[in-house]
Design a protein around this ligand. Structure first.
Ligand SMILES: *[C@@H]1O[C@H](CO)[C@@H](O)[C@H](O)[C@H]1NC(C)=O
Ligand SMILES: *[C@@H]1O[C@H](CO)[C@@H](O)[C@H](O)[C@H]1NC(C)=O
Ligand SMILES: *[C@@H]1O[C@H](CO)[C@@H](O)[C@H](O)[C@H]1NC(C)=O
Ligand SMILES: *[C@@H]1O[C@H](CO)[C@@H](O)[C@H](O)[C@H]1NC(C)=O
Ligand SMILES: *[C@@H]1O[C@H](CO)[C@@H](O)[C@H](O)[C@H]1NC(C)=O
Ligand SMILES: *[C@@H]1O[C@H](CO)[C@@H](O)[C@H](O)[C@H]1NC(C)=O
Length: 399
């Protein structure tokens, strides 16, 4: 009876969605739990026994594609996560279930976390046009690591060889309390990364200049969660935290203008934007004047996690309490935005996007609210993680 009531109540639309269509999102990967290509059975058994590997605690958040590999990041929200960066193979269209993940670049760089060498707790990454992966290793919200947050650039064409490392100073990303969340890349003026820090203590937007090897941080009320957008429910779990800035997306190269960065707080319906000409000017960012250039773009249909822009200015965004995906072309009014997919069983906490070389947008849903809320008792039962693809015929914003 309760189950029936739950079913009925959940199909009453909370939002009035005029523009809603279900586009073809094809399911490619699904997992009930994550397991790895262990070096041998002994290592696997040993990791299970000493709880270095607790299968039910492992969950992916970031996803990016390079060639025929899908890279996944696995932040340490809970204990027992032996690998924080891994890959699987890009599917040819056939559904794969519980595929094993292979640590990247290798076990040592994931396992060897002593003296802050190796990867600690990675939430997301981005891959530039040169095949270099920029990895933000900055989930610092618990005792799983005591190392400062860092940005590591590795070369995917050279088996993940490290080419650059930048340690975030504490005033940019907190070693205890930082939550470096998502990253987009801008190849202008020697290379910039724009990075969200979803820290509950010091949320903000980090700008990193590769040329200067230096970072600064912008903090603004537009990056904070809004009390009226807190308390939404996904899969029976209420999100009661005021969650700050999370998703970001960068516009493609304009013909004569600088690019525009879009961002949103997780507990908010609002999209904001700021011109990258402002962000790249460090001395301007140290004053208060840049705040005049923050633009309220408009409202989305619901709260979002990840965002992604393609090279035609189509901005895709996740709609958490709607179990759906939205699309808006930034060259058109935001009122033309559409919900392009909804499914309460399939699209549970959609979060991360990536575009492959064949014109497919990939999207991963992760049920991550179960993993970040420590009062939830995790068990291995239903499918929790899914990767879908949707044909757009476009490339990522960087191309
Ligand atoms: C996990 O993967 C290893 C191979 O790396 C395999 O031997 C083991 O049986 C797997 N565990 C489960 C529960 O599937
Ligand atoms: C995809 O690869 C699998 C083997 O991994 C094969 O059985 C299947 O036929 C392939 N499907 C397509 C559409 O090429
Ligand atoms: C965790 O989940 C429980 C059960 O849904 C909920 O009552 C609690 O508020 C959640 N905690 C946070 C911080 O969202
Ligand atoms: C940065 O902003 C300052 C203050 O508005 C301005 O004087 C300066 O010309 C700007 N620099 C660049 C490179 O645009
Ligand atoms: C930033 O805001 C100032 C003041 O409103 C305006 O004069 C300037 O053109 C803006 N710059 C950009 C790049 O939008
Ligand atoms: C959700 O997706 C499943 C699997 O494709 C399908 O069976 C179901 O009908 C969908 N539900 C809705 C409401 O579209």
């Amino acid at each position: 009876m309760t189950k029936l009531l739950y079913f009925v109540c959940c199909f009453i639309p909370v939002f009035n969605i005029v523009n809603s269509v279900n586009r073809d999102f094809q399911l490619l990967h699904q997992w009930q739990f994550l397991n790895y290509t262990w070096p041998n059975y002994f290592t696997y058994k040993h990791a299970l026994e000493n709880r270095h590997y607790i299968p039910e605690n492992n969950a992916p958040t970031g996803m990016k594609i390079y060639g025929d590999r899908i890279f996944l990041s696995l932040p340490k929200f809970r204990p027992g996560i032996p690998v924080t960066l891994a890959y699987i193979s890009l599917s040819n269209g056939t559904l794969k279930t519980n595929e094993l993940l292979t640590p990247y670049p290798n076990w040592i760089s994931n396992y060897n976390t002593e003296k802050c060498k190796g990867f600690q707790s990675v939430q997301s990454m981005e891959i530039d046009k040169q095949g270099q992966m920029w990895i933000i290793d900055g989930v610092r919200i618990n005792k799983e690591t005591n190392c400062p947050a860092k940005l590591t650039i590795i070369d995917l064409k050279k088996n993940g060889m490290i080419i650059h490392e930048y340690i975030f100073p504490n005033e940019i990303a907190l070693t205890h309390g930082g939550f470096v969340n998502d990253i987009v890349l801008d190849d202008s003026d020697g290379g910039f990364a724009y990075i969200t820090d979803a820290s509950s203590i010091d949320p903000g937007l980090i700008v990193y200049s590769l040329k200067k090897n230096y970072a600064w941080k912008l903090r603004d009320p537009s990056m904070f969660g809004e009390p009226e957008a807190v308390g939404f429910v996904v899969n029976g779990i209420k999100s009661n935290n005021l969650s700050p800035i999370n998703g970001i997306a960068l516009s493609p190269e304009g013909s004569c203008s600088e690019k525009t960065l879009f961002y949103c707080a997780q507990s908010s319906l609002k999209f904001y934007s700021i011109n990258t000409k402002i962000l790249k000017n460090e001395s301007l960012c140290q004053t208060d004047q840049w705040r005049n250039n923050v633009t309220l773009v408009g409202k989305k249909q619901a709260q979002s996690g990840g965002l992604m822009m393609d090279n035609k200015g189509n901005l895709f965004y996740t709609l958490l309490p709607l179990y759906g995906i939205g699309e808006w072309n930034i060259n058109k009014p935001i009122s033309s935005s559409k919900v392009i997919y909804r499914n309460e069983t399939m699209m549970v906490w959609p979060d991360s996007f990536a575009i492959d070389d064949n014109g497919y947008l990939h999207l991963m849903s992760t049920s991550i609210n179960e993993f970040t809320n420590l009062s939830i008792n995790l068990v291995i039962d239903n499918v929790k993680f899914r990767i879908f693809r949707y044909f757009t015929g476009t490339k990522s914003y960087m191309y």
